[in-house]
Design a protein around this ligand. Structure first.
Ligand SMILES: C[S@@+](CC[C@H](N)C(=O)[O-])C[C@H]1O[C@@H](n2cnc3c(N)ncnc32)[C@H](O)[C@@H]1O
Length: 359
């Protein structure tokens, strides 16, 4: 090595760390760096985790891994991925990187407590709520200004009815309490449930009153089919008929002692609600009652605010009801003795009861 080369090497060795330090200093003192770091930690990483968990839950991967650790091949088989194992691996490895999964002896396992909890069947409503938030709430937050500009609205097809039917069971405790307070336990009862979702509340009513029989109806075909399957699984087909149907066009005699609408009054535009409630009343026998449960305006619940926003941007439905407005609409629809009651003090969730006194 000649002297000049030696000098150059020494100079390079000495300068490299200096250059590194300068580069680091430049990046660190960039005024955008703290914002980027804060965003990444506080906003982006939790969002990535939530999206990954929603996808792992919705695809069934969480449940699958909760039963036993799985290698890439068995997960590909489970997910019916015909080829392209490497892209599946990249997705799984992202889950590892996010701390939700881990790999041991070539098999993927659940790692985070959240992933383990979401995989439990008792937490299905919470897992579905996470999916609802990621798939349906985020688009309205992301696209509202663009939708306004383009005159675009969400339609019922933008919701997955079966996910909503599961997520809405997060309110189960509140709805059960409303049913417990209202349902006659010993006399034979004929129940009509409109917008039955999973059918879980008809099941609850049938358990409380062994002489109850019911017609459960839902607008969405796939939801009604799933509810009918549930009735079969729960051994209720001799007491409960389940079918697809729209409240606005149902042809039924005034034969029911109780009509229930749980968590769906906001599927109807505000201007149509009196008419909708009149129709619900027309199915009641004289003296029959309506039980309607719903989350209402106010209460400072951010999730409900975004749900409200979604319905504001949909081409069907309308905002969550306000308690006073809905009481007035029930009275206008001909119900007597209308009462709104709160179930627990902190929740903007109300049970509305009205009686059909007309023959
Ligand atoms: C948020 S989900 C609630 C499901 C169930 N009641 C519960 O609380 O778990 C609302 C349901 O109402 C149904 N629905 C909406 N409009 C309807 C209509 N016009 N007739 C019958 N069902 C309707 C939807 O298809 C959907 O399944």
């Amino acid at each position: 090595m000649d002297l000049l080369s030696l000098a150059r090497t020494v100079k390079d060795r000495v300068e490299a760390p200096i250059t590194d330090v300068l580069a680091v200093a430049k990046v660190v003192t960039d005024p955008r760096t703290p914002l980027l770091l804060a965003l990444s930690t506080v906003v982006v990483t939790p969002l990535y985790r939530a999206a990954f968990l929603a996808s792992a839950s919705g695809s069934g991967v969480l449940r699958c891994l909760a039963v036993r650790p799985c290698d890439l091949e068995s997960l590909a088989e489970y997910l019916e991925v015909p080829e392209d194992r490497e892209r599946l691996r990249t997705w799984l490895e992202t889950g590892v990187r996010l701390g939700e999964f881990e790999v041991r002896e070539g098999c993927y396992r659940l790692r985070s407590t959240t992933a383990k909890l979401l995989a439990q069947s008792g937490n299905d409503a919470v897992a579905a709520a996470l999916e609802e938030i990621m798939r349906f709430h985020l688009p309205v937050l992301l696209d509202a200004p663009r939708m306004l500009k383009e005159g675009r609205r969400f339609s019922l097809d933008d919701q997955d009815g079966t996910v909503i039917a599961r997520s809405s069971l997060a309110l189960q405790g509140l709805v059960h309490e409303a049913i417990d307070r209202t349902l006659e336990r010993t006399t034979p009862i004929r129940l009509l449930e409109i917008g039955c979702g999973s059918g879980a509340y008809v099941r609850h009513a049938a358990r409380l009153n062994p002489r109850l029989t019911a017609l459960a109806v839902d607008l969405q075909e796939e939801v009604a089919v799933r509810a009918a399957d549930n009735m079969t699984e729960w051994g209720l087909t001799d007491r409960v008929e389940t079918r697809q149907g729209d409240l606005r066009t149902l042809e039924l005699q005034p034969q029911f002692d109780l009509v229930t609408l749980h968590n769906n009054i906001y599927y109807f535009p505000e201007a149509d609600r009196v008419e909708v409630l009149e129709r619900a009343r027309s199915f009641l026998a004289p003296g029959g009652r309506l039980l309607l449960t719903s989350s209402c305006q106010g209460g400072g619940n951010l999730g409900l605010d975004v749900l409200n926003l979604w319905f504001e941007y949909a081409d069907f439905g309308g905002p969550l009801p306000s308690e006073d407005e809905l009481v007035a609409q029930l009275e206008k629809a001909g119900f007597a003795d209308v009462r709104a009651s709160r179930i627990i003090p902190t929740q903007p969730f109300r049970a509305f009861v009205g009686t059909n006194v007309q023959a």
